[in-house]
Design a protein around this ligand. Structure first.
Ligand SMILES: Cc1cc2nc3c(=O)[nH]c(=O)nc-3n(C[C@H](O)[C@H](O)[C@H](O)COP(=O)(O)OP(=O)(O)OC[C@H]3O[C@@H](n4cnc5c(N)ncnc54)[C@H](O)[C@@H]3O)c2cc1C
Length: 471
């Protein structure tokens, strides 16, 4: 072994720093960061509760339905007239899904139904999970252009909120959509694309479940590819100096700012050849930042007075890490620590200033949080309610553990995002109502008119959407 080049993994270095030892000496068991089952709500009057991934949204749907096919769905919509909400994977933190009337799952609309090898467009059922696309795309030498942080969302759920990854050259998943089928409140089936029902297409690619039920989605793919992922923890000033260069130079770039610390984790992705990927895969340092964070969280949860010390010492022990592999193995993290999240997208040119202000405010106000702040870039698009509508964006996400209060912290952060004309992620916690959205989205009135046309009796409006579309 070459001692000079020898580096411990994050887990090992943390152990070396004694942090894990402290943790076990304190007899820690599963606290906030443990991979847990969220203890959920209980049935009321025989009605089973529905709750989202983090457990902050709960409802008691009187009816649950899973149509078999598009005819059954159209018939259901024609022959009933109550409120109805579609659910994908239930991974939204905002109140988009909850209903005490009918909850509709598109779980039977799964899988790839068509691949156009020439144009590299792929059609799949609305309920297909992103992860389920990977292997079949790979077998067909295709790849998704970009991916979000996780891959467990349903396709229609993901595009409903402009779910995105990072990379200034790439838009959100909604921007890769080239066609979709929507069934309206009255059961009318509409095929939509840039050349057919174009207004519905421009609205429905980010629809927050307010226009109708999507049954299938066609997306632009590309040739399959390999990625190298590299992460490095840097002192905060050095990291901020490097970020603009990384934004421009890398296929994907993101950062995680650690609250109460003087360090930022930078993660960059480059496209590489199969040969490089194969050669480097086995020798790559395979530490896991997530595991490191879990350890930190466990220690601080048990001994909160150690927060300052742990957050300033631990990041210094983290070495450079690299991963190599096919696109569908590198994208798609496992997130088994439950949390709640707020995310705002600010104009890309203001991103770093806003990110810095967020980190400084947490320190200055001594906000009780250790969850890293995620920072990403997304290309602009032309989708009416997309956070990236005609504006390249920097998305800043703040989180807290599912069993910790999050509203006071998020409210502090929201005040900062507002000063930068931030647009909230539709699927994450926010406190915005119609008046503010009308000022943030140039196509607001057009979307509303189209919504009223497709859903005149407001079947798709639940309590959360009442604040967004009061009329
Ligand atoms: C751990 C975690 C990581 C995340 N990472 C990211 C990330 O990296 N980037 C990012 O942008 N977001 C991220 N999110 C947010 C998430 O991607 C969005 O909230 C997404 O909308 C959730 O998809 P879903 O399938 O769970 O949809 P749900 O939350 O179930 O539903 C979302 C919306 O879609 C509507 N809908 C669902 N199916 C249909 C249909 N067939 N027709 C019409 N409307 C429908 C619902 O009514 C609702 O309005 C993350 C969330 C979690 C919990």
């Amino acid at each position: 072994m070459d001692i000079k080049n020898f580096k411990l993994t994050r887990r090992q270095t943390l152990k070396a720093a004694g942090i894990s030892a402290v943790a076990s000496a304190a007899g820690m068991t599963g606290c906030s960061s443990a991979p847990e089952q969220v203890s959920g709500p209980v049935p009321i009057n025989g009605i089973m509760p529905w709750s989202n991934w983090s457990g902050n949204q709960v409802s008691y749907p009187a009816e649950r339905t899973r149509p078999r096919n598009i005819d059954a769905l159209a018939k259901l919509l024609k022959e009933t007239d109550g409120k109805i909400r579609a659910v994908g994977a239930g991974h939204s933190f905002s109140g988009l899904v909850p209903t005490n009337e009918t909850l509709l799952s598109m779980a039977r609309f799964r899988g790839i139904s068509h691949i156009n090898k020439e144009t590299k467009e792929v059609t799949a059922g609305a309920g297909t999970r992103l992860a389920a696309l990977g292997d079949e795309l790979w077998e067909n030498d295709l790849g998704m252009i970009n991916m979000p942080d996780i891959n467990t969302q349903a396709l229609a759920g993901a595009i409903a909120t402009s779910t995105h990854g990072t990379g200034q050259k790439f838009g959100s998943l909604s921007s890769f959509v080239t066609g979709l089928t929507l069934v309206t409140a009255a059961g009318e089936v509409l095929k939509c694309s840039a050349t057919e029902n174009k207004d519905v297409f421009d609205a429905a690619r980010c629809n927050i479940g307010s226009l109708g039920i999507i049954t299938d989605i066609t997306m632009q793919m590309r040739d399959s590819y390999y990625l190298k992922e590299r992460s490095e923890m840097l002192p905060i000033d050095e990291a901020f100096e490097k970020m603009e260069e990384l934004r421009l130079a890398k296929r994907h770039f993101e950062a995680f700012g650690l609250p109460h610390a003087n360090h930022v984790l930078l993660i960059e992705f480059d496209e590489i050849s199969k040969e490089e990927s194969d050669a480097k895969q086995s020798e790559a340092e395979s530490g896991d930042a997530y595991e490191t964070f879990r350890t930190l969280a466990d220690v601080i949860d048990t001994m909160p007075f150690l927060r300052g010390a742990v957050m300033s010492i631990a990041p210094r022990t983290v070495g450079v890490e690299e991963k190599y592999g096919p696109w569908n193995k590198i994208f798609g993290n496992v997130r088994d620590m439950r949390f709640n999240e707020m995310e705002y997208t600010v104009p890309a040119e203001d991103g770093l200033a806003c990110f810095r202000e967020v980190l400084e405010t947490i320190k200055k106000k001594d906000i009780d949080v250790i969850f890293p702040i995620e920072y990403r870039y997304i290309k602009e698009d032309d989708i009416w309610l997309s956070q990236f509508y005609k504006r390249p964006g920097a998305a800043i996400s703040v989180h807290n553990f599912h069993d910790k209060p999050y509203m006071p912290y998020f409210a502090e952060m929201e005040a900062i995002f507002d000063r930068y004309q931030g647009r909230p992620h539709w699927g994450k916690v926010h406190n915005k109502t119609e008046k503010e959205f009308a000022a943030l989205y140039p196509k607001w009135e057009e979307f509303k008119k189209l919504r009223q046309r497709l859903d005149p009796t407001r079947r798709f409006i639940n309590e959360h959407l009442e604040n967004i579309f009061p009329v």
